[in-house]
Design a protein around this ligand. Sequence first.
Ligand code: AKB
Length: 320
Amino acid sequence: MEKILVTGALGQIGSELVVKLREIYGTNNVIATNRRIKEGYEALIESGPFEIVDVIDIKEMAQAVDKHKVDTIINLAAILSAKGEKDPTSCWNINMNGLYNVLELGREKRLQIFTPSSIGAFGPSTPQDNTPQNTIQRPTTMYGVTKVAGELLCDYYFKKFNVDTRGVRFPGLISYESLPGGGTTDYAVHIYYEALKYKKYTSFIAKGTKMDMMYMPDALDAIVNLMEADPSRLINRNAFNVTAMSFEPEEIANEIKKHIVDFEMYYDVDPERQAIADSWPNSLDDSAAREEWDWNPKYDLEAMTKDMLEKLRVKLDIND
Ligand code: AKB
């Protein structure tokens, strides 16, 4: 990775990844792109090369790749699970046609490509506990359909055209910089904001619903470490299970109560997002990632909660 273009750079992962990549590879070697300017991201936009690029427009993508002599694309432009159920057409268009364009550019211009898959690539017939790396994948959301198809397409471009494609199946990602937009696991981010602001939170996910999660610093390390991994060690390449913790709403609430003793948790379950959560695994087996590229997350629920609350107190200017 020498000249890296990030799509969806103003999203939840992109806005933090661009900063990290610029620290490692140099500001001018990381080209942040997004399909539109978003309010609140002025500092990021002005901090280095930025282009308005829509992944579904291959000409726009090709121009940015040529202009900046890019050798790597990290393709983060995507519509998440809950939003994808409200607008399956856009979900297919951005997630699939965008990825196809990225892979075609990878083939033509010999680029290295990172594409995130998700726990959303699994479905109700997948084994729910310690979900294996290779198992049944029959997702019931459009997001999941695009993620399974995306995993296969990346495998195809590697095998057929020798494009250096790599990827992980991310769980719910938790961060304090940018809010996630339209996911099923978003409750695990919102809860920290509301705990600090109002000392209470109403969860749209039901008690007892376990899902895999990860703190953003570990997710960023996963991207960089996989992209830098020795290719001769990679057997799975495009869809490594990765996880850092698995919890249900009561467990995160109890962890927050250790820091905010009068925090109260309520439930008002959203049937659509609950159905998605119920179709996803309780916990993943990430041993392939550990064996093939030394995946080893640093944050568990306790360490993440401490750090999230400390960072958000500063960001939200809350002192009590
Ligand atoms: C979502 O909830 O849609 C995402 C994901 C797990 O892929 N956070």
